[in-house]
Write a protein of this length. Structure first.
Length: 344
């Protein structure tokens, strides 16, 4: 069925298509017959798909990566698509518009996207209200919810810790796990926080706050695929030193190597993070490298170029415990969730 709608969506700009898709999904989820149909079509109740990871029970191993539903406004519809977990955000303490449009671009020849969204979101308080409503309506059951947290563009790096702590405090009652995003290429200077000293300080501050809670929650770090082996070694050391639950590998890349899209077209698009099929191999390499360095006890969530059950199994074979989708959904459609969940 997605093959019918895909040409219509691709005739629109990517952001307009994204908004329209969510409008239709929300509408369908609000009507009992279509909600039942979606659940029958896309969801599975097979208990054999459950995964016990980080002390949480995931209905299946397939999640929605951060950035798709930044403000947590579409959880009802997304739940009908069969995800085992949904990551909201990246959220920042204050609302921000993000970068000027256009800022999201398709590369159909590569089944890829380039985005420079810039952490556009309605702000922390708006997300908390959405999650409160969601939890009230769904006190038990449903997918695991993760909170991906970041800093505002106007916050200097030397004060970045404050933004992350604010997000942690306010989101703590409403999410099941946290992801620290210091790897987006679209907020100036953000990736500098991946360096060993500032990253160790940031994560230690968060873990101190976390361990002071009655029931601490898993915290993961989302990293870029562009890190060198030496930098990955530092990441592994930091994860062990700070006692993080795990790593999400990987975010988008600033590389433009090996694309089928013409160099002129790519140059005309300009800056941004590349996602989709071109990131598949590098993301898998990073997962394999980190698994060797971290051993079996640290969780790795694999993301990057997953567009089939086969590509998901590749991530699992490299050492991932769970996987996340984003760009593959845009090119393959919602049936991808069930295909991957049943294939890993």
């Amino acid at each position: 069925m997605y093959s019918i709608f895909k040409p219509l969506l691709f005739a629109l700009s990517p952001e307009k298509a994204h908004r329209l898709t969510f409008q239709l999904l929300d509408l369908a989820a609000s009507i009992p017959p279509t909600r039942w149909w979606m659940r029958a079509m896309f969801c599975s109740t097979d208990k054999r798909m459950e995964r016990q990871v980080m002390g949480l029970t995931f209905p299946n191993a397939v999640g929605l990566a951060a950035g798709f539903d930044k403000d947590g406004k579409h959880l009802a519809g997304l739940t009908c698509l069969g995800f085992g977990f949904i990551e909201v955000g990246t959220v920042t303490p204050l609302a921000q518009d993000g970068n000027p449009r256009p800022r999201l671009f398709r590369l159909p020849e590569d089944e890829a996207l380039i985005n420079r969204m810039g952490f556009n979101n309605l702000g922390l308080d708006a997300l908390v209200e959405e999650l409160k409503r969601w939890r009230e309506k769904n006190p038990s059951g449903g997918p695991i919810i993760g909170g991906n947290i970041g800093k505002n563009k106007v916050t200097p790096n030397e004060k970045a810790v404050d933004d992350y702590l604010i997000c942690f405090d306010k989101l703590f009652p409403w999410v099941d796990y946290f992801v620290v995003n210091v790897s987006s290429p679209n907020t100036p200077g953000l990736r500098e926080l991946q360096e060993k000293e500032p990253l160790t300080r940031l994560l230690n501050e968060l873990q101190t706050k976390n361990r002071a809670q009655t029931a601490p929650k898993p915290i993961l770090l989302k990293i870029a695929p562009d890190l060198t082996d030496s930098q990955l070694d530092d990441i592994a050391d930091i994860v062990r030193e700070t006692g993080l639950a795990g790593v999400i590998a990987t975010n988008t890349t600033i590389s433009r190597n090996g694309l089928n899209t013409s160099e002129a077209s790519v140059t005309a698009i300009g800056a941004g993070g590349l996602s989709g099929a071109p990131v598949r191999a590098r993301a898998t390499e990073v997962i394999r490298y980190l698994r060797r360095k971290l051993g079996k006890d640290v969780v790795i969530i694999g993301v990057g170029g997953i567009d089939s059950a086969e590509s998901a199994r590749e991530k699992m074979a490299a050492g991932a415990d769970l996987v996340q989708l984003y760009t593959g959904l845009i090119y393959k459609g919602p049936g991808l969730v069930k295909e991957v969940a049943g294939g890993v």
